[in-house]
Design a protein around this ligand. Structure first.
Ligand SMILES: *Cc1c(COP(=O)(O)O)cnc(C)c1O
Length: 290
């Protein structure tokens, strides 16, 4: 029997521990000052520590320093780490999910959010795979391809000019599908990766355009959800009050911003930032393209 009090992973060195703590403290301070500039409570802005390719020992350092949310890109890696790390961790899956891996991923009891939903097929696979003894629905975010690059997965963003009230967009269709037909999933928000290649080259306009497109998509979607999913319900019970949005605020959250641009993302209205290298340092080079 393994329990959360029975952790037997190799501890990080004192030097590595100090290094990670310092980086995490720095990221927290920067998130707090961005929140302060917006006059919002910094508690309402979540840092997901992206730990892909980093050892469990590094994750444990953050955990012991109060960090609870961690993001992973690969199903098997998340599953393996979840087994040996404390069950209080809230795991976020942020990679591309294949439906044949949904069952394995859903078996992690403390899987908190899947941030990369972009098809009904994946939503159905997860909804079906979740164990019946889970006491909370799984949070899901819809991935939006705000930069429009072919290499990125995700749904097309919504804009007022392209919005057609007589025809549902892919984002609306998927939101409706999850809210009305996937009782084990909870639609909590939207996520974008944005134009990665540009984020380092300080092309601020492009980067901010990505953030704006995600926010605009959220605002249009929220209005439509508040309207009771528009008028076409094809048999779905309209009188029922659909549940979506953050449990405490009711807002549809935005997950945008990474190590190189999380402050700009927060300024643009991000609720969840995903920070990897800023906390753990650089990853092996093979990863720089993911
Ligand atoms: C790797 C990754 C991150 C973290 O990127 P950093 O630049 O290391 O902060 C964030 N989001 C996604 C989807 C990722 O794959």
């Amino acid at each position: 029997m393994s329990t959360s009090t029975n952790i037997e992973i190799q501890k990080a060195t004192a030097e590595r521990t100090a290094e990670i703590r310092e980086s995490l403290a720095d990221i927290r301070a920067r998130v707090a000052s961005a929140a302060q500039a917006l006059a919002v409570n910094s508690e309402s802005r979540k840092i997901v520590a992206v730990s892909k390719y980093k050892p469990s020992a590094d994750i444990l350092v953050c955990y012991e320093y109060g960090q609870r949310d961690f993001g992973e890109n690969y199903v098997q890696e998340l599953v393996d780490k979840a087994k040996e790390l404390p069950s209080e961790i809230q795991w976020h899956f942020i990679g591309t999910l294949q439906s044949n891996k949904a069952k394995l991923l859903a078996s992690v009891p403390n899987l908190h959010t899947v941030q990369t939903i972009s098809s009904e097929k994946i939503a159905n696979a997860l909804n079906k795979a979740l164990p019946t003894n889970r006491n909370t629905p799984l949070n899901v975010l819809l991935q939006i391809n705000t930069s429009g690059e072919d290499s990125k997965s995700g749904l097309s963003p919504l804009s007022p000019s392209s919005f057609d009230s007589s025809q549902l967009s892919d984002v609306q269709k998927l939101a409706k599908h999850i809210v009305t037909l996937c009782p084990n999933l909870h639609l909590q928000g939207l996520m974008t990766i944005g134009a990665l290649d540009l984020s380092l080259s300080a092309n601020e306009m492009e980067r901010n355009a990505d953030f704006e497109r995600l926010k605009q998509t959220r605002d249009i979607l929220v209005r439509w959800l508040q309207d009771g999913l528009g008028s076409s319900h094809d048999g779905v019970n309209v009188s029922k009050r659909w549940r979506w949005g953050d449990e405490s605020t009711g807002k549809l959250l935005l997950s945008m911003g990474m190590s190189s641009d999380f402050e700009a993302a927060l300024k643009a209205g991000s609720d969840i930032v995903r920070v990897g290298t800023g906390i753990f340092g650089s990853r092996k080079t093979k990863l720089s393209s993911t």
